[in-house]
Design a protein. Structure first.
Length: 113
């Protein structure tokens, strides 16, 4: 049996996934703006736009690893470690950003005791 020759990844196959992750996260950050906030009895209710600042902060920070991934998309192996680190940072910013947006408006996880 002969080993199959694999074709090198194209520029589009390396550039599209980070852009899709970025746009999907931006969509979720935008949709999270409509989640109703929870008012605590002891504290005043949060302002209606309390989720905007974390969404803008993390949405903007996500542009850095996406830019690194787009710039290094043309290289074959030289930037492999940088690309892996950039993907890890991108996904971490997406998860932490969504959590920050949801928890900033009083969203909570109920634990039954």
């Amino acid at each position: 049996m002969e080993p199959r020759a694999s074709s090198p990844p194209t520029l589009a196959s390396r550039a599209v996934p980070p852009v899709v992750i970025l746009l999907a996260t931006w969509l979720l950050l935008w949709l999270a703006q409509g989640v109703p906030s929870v008012c605590a009895l002891a504290l005043p209710c949060p302002a209606p736009d309390v989720r905007v600042a974390p969404a803008l902060l993390f949405g903007g920070l996500m542009l850095v690893p996406v830019a690194v991934l787009l710039v290094t998309a043309w290289s074959d192996r030289a930037w492999r470690g940088v690309r892996g680190l950039s993907y890890a940072v991108l996904v971490a910013l997406a998860v932490v950003g969504l959590a920050a947006v949801l928890f900033s408006g009083g969203f909570g996880i109920g634990f039954g005791i």
